[in-house]
Design a binder for this molecule. Structure first.
Ligand code: SAH
Length: 248
């Protein structure tokens, strides 16, 4: 039996948004590796071992997956959303680069998923319909000064922006500072979308002007989309539609 590793995205939450190719990989797997809440989405069955681990051990988890594949297992490493967006695919390749030479001959595939900002954008309308960028607001793996620099330059370039990991209990101050930087750099009342737990039963969407955005509107289950200077709201009887026109 020859082993392999698939790094798969499970999408934002709704099972209907797991792609058919990810489903097939999950059916063929002998081992599932990932962060506890993502592994909890995989039903148990005979012949399948679930390896759930804590959030901060990405490199150990990646090395474990590669070693199991080397031993002949069929391993799926699961991420939420897309595995290449602030998630396990890069961690796997970091472990591959630093690991034993024989790992490089392994069969490794990355299967995309629907990332949080795209699911959130689709729910709200089309806020990412023109040029945009995505920024991880966690300073666990990079200095805060770099985050602030990117926020200022993205605002200057007039991108719409999607923020992942906006605010956590261990980093309560960062997002408040990010909003201050944006208010200063943008100096207008462009709309901001707070999209929480998108496509799950806990989904909450809220659109407010940048001038009224509060840090408490975001948590770790929220993706935040700040519009460009052109992003606007259309009022309809079904609620507001947020969109960015395609021409600047
Ligand atoms: N790989 C994931 C992102 C992992 S970082 C993806 O592609 O979506 C984790 C962050 O993603 C969270 O802090 C939040 O900002 C965002 N996120 C993930 N799932 C979400 C969902 N269902 N609704 C809103 N935001 C979500």
């Amino acid at each position: 039996m020859s082993g392999w590793v698939v790094v798969a995205g499970l999408g934002p939450g709704d099972e209907a948004l797991v792609t058919p190719e990810v489903r097939v990989a999950l059916e063929q797997a002998t081992d599932i590796v990932g962060y506890i809440p993502y592994v909890a989405r995989i039903p148990e069955r005979d012949g399948l071992t679930l390896h759930a681990s804590d959030n901060r051990v990405e490199l150990d988890r990646a090395a474990h997956a590669l070693q199991m594949a080397q031993d002949g297992k069929r391993v799926v490493v699961v991420s939420s959303g897309d595995p290449g967006v602030f998630a396990m695919a890069s961690a796997l390749f970091e472990a591959l680069e630093a690991g034993p030479a024989q790992w490089r001959a392994l069969d490794i595939r990355v299967l995309p998923g629907i990332t949080a900002m795209l699911a959130a954008a689709a729910r709200a309308g089309a806020p990412l319909g023109h040029d945009f960028c995505a920024i991880n607001l966690s300073d666990n793996l990079k200095p805060w000064a770099l985050i602030e620099k990117r926020l200022r330059l993205a605002a200057e370039a007039d991108f719409a922006m999607a923020f992942y990991n906006p605010r956590s209990k261990s980093r309560p101050e960062g997002f408040a500072r990010a909003l201050d930087v944006l208010r200063e750099a943008c100096a207008d009342a462009r709309p901001v979308l707070f999209a929480r737990a998108v496509t799950t039963p806990q989904e909450e969407l809220r659109i407010v002007p940048l001038t009224e955005a509060l840090p408490e509107m975001a948590d770790m289950r929220t993706v935040v989309i700040v519009g460009s200077s052109l992003t606007r709201v259309i009022d309809t009887p079904h609620g507001p539609i947020l969109y960015t026109p395609r021409s600047a």
